[in-house]
Design a protein around this ligand. Structure first.
Ligand code: N01
Length: 534
């Protein structure tokens, strides 16, 4: 069938794009998703303990509809996966989105036809469709990263990756569970698994900074207050790159060591991201300040974990906050349980798997179930899996062989009329979603109107614009400590992946850039008139 736009993905980004392009712009739109229902990452990541890893309510939500703000009651300050998924199901019902999404359908191929100036796609059911615009809302954290330890395929027990968690309940009762990975997914799930399992063995490669989430119910008064102040909060979210909170302007050099420690303690007690964002200016950029905050968190770990040897293994030694910060609900306390043990893979690496356990340098760890909390081929992975073919049949895997060049994190030279939501070089997964997805979609709206007003067929990024954008993204990242750490932000978690900072760290500047580019008439982009056959 032929459409104006095809949208791949039915998570936060894809659902909003569908609603906007169909209902606000009057386009014919078809969505596709490999999952069986809406939700995207929230449909897949249903491991025990899964929550938004930020103080979320009510800001990890759409802003476009005042009715949605008024009618949806967020339950907790840090929303659980089931609540976020229920919210997205409600959005799908309220705006009647499901009727234009084909679920259980992966798009296997997408290619641009230079003659018709249209995108053709083929699904895993063998159906073919075409559209003038291709919107890739394929998720920044979708392609699961699987470790390839020798013998892992021979392990006879159940194996679950947190990002592909089964929909039927998983029971840990009476089981010895091995967990590999201590990022957000591991740190959120380990305390929950430990409550049920006979024994949990955590295989840790890098100890992590994790801050207390201090999750609690949202009160009726808080709900009333944010609804009353919504217009102001909404403006602040736009100005501050996604979250409405004012940040501390305090300089650490103007405070004594004792005052600084008191401030860290206050932020720790407030929980959430406060220690990072709100203690003093520049925690993620100034080495001396960062080291002091790092040491503060290490002191909290030593204080919390009773066994000194386990505490030692849990002490992170990289710059605080330069891997994605984690908010936990009792992670370090979990190591005080008798049924939890920690293997430090830097001292005692995994050598192989057997059918019944994990063999490390010092011995065998018998397990009945393996949980892989080993993360994702983040940001670029889902686009590379889709692997669209642009001008001259060039595949994205060829184009991105040495780096993930984009313009604005949304368009790629050689791929006309193809847009990415939260692509490499955009701030999506860092802080700005879902607002970032809304603003990116509104930018796509401006592109389409620009084309239609002028009788043009396509818009396309240029290689020069990509180079400029990469330089801008890297310059911002290089003013911080982030690039010094091996993290998925840097593509360092996947062997062989090009090292490159994958996101734009200044959400509000990014939002301004989107507006400036649209207002400039899409300076730096190139256009094509319709061909005779388009
Ligand atoms: O993945 P990660 P994640 N052998 O890449 C380890 C978002 N998220 O799924 O640090 C042994 O952070 C790896 O070790 P190292 C959030 O943005 C959101 O936890 O690379 N270990 C690390 O400990 C988050 O940042 C929510 O040395 C191996 C872990 O596995 C992002 O998703 C919830 C290994 C992977 O940590 C990714 O989080 C959860 C190997 N071969 C996540 N390979 C919500 O908001 C990897 N590791 C709901």
């Amino acid at each position: 069938m032929e459409f104006d736009a095809i949208i791949i993905g039915a998570g936060f980004g894809g659902l909003y794009a569908l609603r906007h392009l169909r209902d606000e712009m009057g386009l014919s739109v078809q969505g596709f998703d490999g999952a069986s229902d809406v939700g995207g990452t929230w449909w897949y990541n249903r491991y025990p303990g899964a929550r938004v890893d930020a103080p979320s309510s009510p800001f990890y939500a759409y802003t476009f509809s005042r009715d949605l703000i008024d009618e949806w009651d967020w339950k907790e300050t840090q929303s659980a996966q089931a609540d976020v998924l229920a919210y997205l199901e409600h959005v799908a019902d309220r705006f009647d989105l499901r009727k234009d999404i084909q679920f259980d359908t992966f798009v296997n191929d997408a290619r641009f036809d230079e003659v018709t100036q249209r995108w053709s796609i083929e699904t895993d059911h063998g159906d073919r469709h075409s559209a003038r615009f291709l919107i890739c809302a394929v998720g920044a954290l979708f392609v699961a990263h699987m470790p390839d330890y020798p013998g892992i395929a021979d392990f006879a027990g159940d194996v679950h990756h947190t990002g592909r968690w089964p929909h039927e309940p998983v029971s840990f009762a009476g089981k010895r569970v091995g967990v590999i990975g201590t990022g957000s997914s591991g740190i959120q799930s380990i305390p929950e698994i430990a409550k049920q399992a006979d024994h949990v063995t955590v295989f840790q490669r890098t100890p992590q900074y994790s801050l207390p989430a201090r999750n609690r119910p949202v009160t009726d008064d808080e709900r009333a207050a944010y609804r009353e102040d919504w217009d102001t909060l909404n403006t602040s979210m736009r100005r501050r790159g996604g979250w409405p909170f004012k940040l501390s302007r305090l300089s650490h050099t103007e405070h004594s060591p004792e005052e600084r420690q008191a401030r860290y303690e206050e932020m720790w007690q407030r929980g959430g991201m406060h220690l990072s964002l709100n203690s003093f200016v520049g925690v993620l950029a100034k080495e001396d300040l960062n080291e002091e905050v790092s040491e503060f968190v290490r002191s909290k770990i030593r204080e919390t974990v009773h066994d000194p040897e386990t505490a030692r293994k849990l002490l992170p030694d990289y710059h605080f906050g330069t891997k994605r910060l984690i908010l936990d609900n009792g992670y370090f306390e979990t190591y005080n349980r008798d049924n939890v043990s920690l293997v430090d893979l830097r001292e005692d690496p995994i050598e192989s798997f057997t059918s019944s356990g994990v063999r490390t340098a010092t011995g065998e760890h018998p397990i009945d179930m393996l949980v892989l909390a080993t993360g994702f081929d983040a940001v670029s992975g889902s686009m590379l899996k889709l692997n669209p073919k642009g001008r001259g049949g060039q595949s994205l895997q060829q184009k991105w062989g040495e780096g993930f060049d984009t313009s604005l994190g949304m368009m790629v030279a050689g791929y006309p009329n193809m847009f990415m939501i939260h692509g490499p070089g955009s701030p999506g997964v860092f802080f700005t979603m879902p607002l970032g997805a809304e603003l990116q979609t509104q930018w796509i709206d401006s592109c389409i109107r620009h084309l239609d007003d002028r009788g043009l067929a396509t818009i396309e990024a240029t290689a020069d614009a990509e180079s400029e954008w990469s330089a801008e993204v890297n310059a911002i990242a290089n003013r911080t400590l982030y690039p010094r750490t091996n993290s998925w932000y840097m593509g360092a978690n996947v062997p062989g992946k090009p090292r490159q900072f994958l996101g734009h760290l200044r959400g509000s500047e990014y939002f301004d850039r989107l507006s400036e580019v649209a207002d400039s008439g899409f300076d730096n982009f190139v256009f094509e008139a319709p061909t005779a056959t388009s």
